[in-house]
Design a protein around this ligand. Structure first.
Ligand code: UT7
Length: 330
């Protein structure tokens, strides 16, 4: 019988430079109070110039491999979730493969925006479940500062840079590991959150630069409305499907876009606040990195025991959304 995939190592990387809400008060027309009450964010970390998402991803990946006791040469496949690849091609997975010395691995990038890590993990899980691969690395890495317009108060206060990584291996126990996931998308929401320039439709030109088309555009209010309902719905769906009682959930690790979106999901599941990972105040929205980074922090804090029920939940550009159910296996 096919085995489940289990996480055997997890880690993350956050660059040292910090931008606080006070810093933003000097840059745009905003206040610390507005940012905290509307989003929950206090500060975010920014990667230095001259380094891309692969740098952070490789850092997190190396540490996750150490945690798992797996050597880079043993990795067979690398899946990287990112919307800020170092470049259009080669893909970030190849750059990370080279940086960590995973010389026997093939790799691919997944562009699922804020749901990217759940999408990437679901895809990687298939290769373990079919028996095709035994050791797979999944990375979520985004340098959002590279596509943020620091004169636009609507978006610049929201995002930060970070990476997280997990190692997946087959689970001997079918009750432990990644149990299930629900993945969805709604492309009609694409017009509310995007980066227009630099692709084949609007290749980089003086015009795309002048019109600021290489930056994030977001209709925040509309995305908020869809995200509040979308993330809560898809998380409730997986919980109901598996007949899980809220008291049996050890941790919800939701995408960190807005404190109010996270609260709505937690309320729907009737979860006590201590069962919900919140780190948005420290890092802002780091897109594909939020979930592996949250998992890494929870694990490092010693909050997870073997057999614990953990949920991931995300909603993001696309629209993309998804939830994942796992039983902690380390
Ligand atoms: O992770 C991917 C998915 N993304 C999300 O899930 C994000 C979803 N959206 C949100 O989290 C929220 O919509 C935001 C945090 C982006 C905005 O919060 P909001 O409560 O929806 O504010 P709003 O966009 O409705 O703006 C309210 C007011 C506006 O002023 P007027 O038009 O009412 O005069 C904005 O111009 O707040 C203004 N505003 C700001 N004021 C101070 C917008 N940004 C700022 C700012 N500082 N940084």
């Amino acid at each position: 019988m096919a085995s489940k995939a289990k996480i055997t190592g997890v880690s993350h990387y956050v660059p040292p430079k910090v931008l606080t809400n006070k810093d933003f008060e000097k840059m745009v027309d905003t206040t610390d109070e507005w940012i905290i009450t509307r989003t929950g964010i206090k500060e975010r970390h920014i990667l230095e110039d001259g380094k891309g998402s692969s740098y952070m991803g490789a850092f997190a990946a190396k540490r996750a491999l150490e945690e798992a006791g797996v050597s880079p040469e043993e990795i067979e496949m690398i899946v990287v979730a990112t919307v800020t690849p170092d470049m259009m091609f080669p893909n970030t997975a190849c750059l990370i493969q080279d940086q960590i010395g995973a010389k026997n691995a093939w790799g691919v990038d997944v562009n699922g925006a804020c749901s990217g890590f759940i999408y990437a993990t679901a895809m990687a899980t298939q290769f373990i479940e079919t028996g095709r691969h035994k050791k797979v690395l999944v990375v979520g890495a985004d340098k959002m500062s590279a596509i943020t317009d620091y004169t636009d108060r609507n978006t610049c206060v929201l995002f930060g840079d970070a990476a997280g990584a997990i190692v997946l291996e087959p689970s001997e126990d079918p009750e432990l590991g990644i149990i299930d996931y629900i993945l969805r998308s709604d492309g009609s929401g694409g017009k509310y959150l995007y980066q227009l320039g630099g692709g084949s439709l609007h290749p980089a030109s003086h015009e795309t630069v002048d019109k600021k088309m290489h930056y994030i555009y977001q209709d925040g209010r509309t995305v908020f409305k869809y995200a509040v309902a979308g993330m809560a719905d898809i998380t409730e769906e997986i919980v109901k499907k598996h007949h899980i009682d809220s008291k049996d959930i050890k941790m919800l690790i939701p995408h960190q876009a807005n404190m109010r979106i996270i609260d709505a999901t937690a309320r729907r599941l009737k979860l006590d606040p201590e069962k919900v990972l919140i780190n948005i105040h420290k890092y802002g929205n780091t897109t594909a990195a939020t979930i592996p980074m949250g998992l890494s922090e929870v694990y490092q804090d010693g909050k997870l025991q073997k057999g614990d029920t953990v949920l991931f939940a995300a909603f993001g550009a696309g629209f993309t959304f998804g939830s994942m159910l796992l039983r902690w296996a380390i």
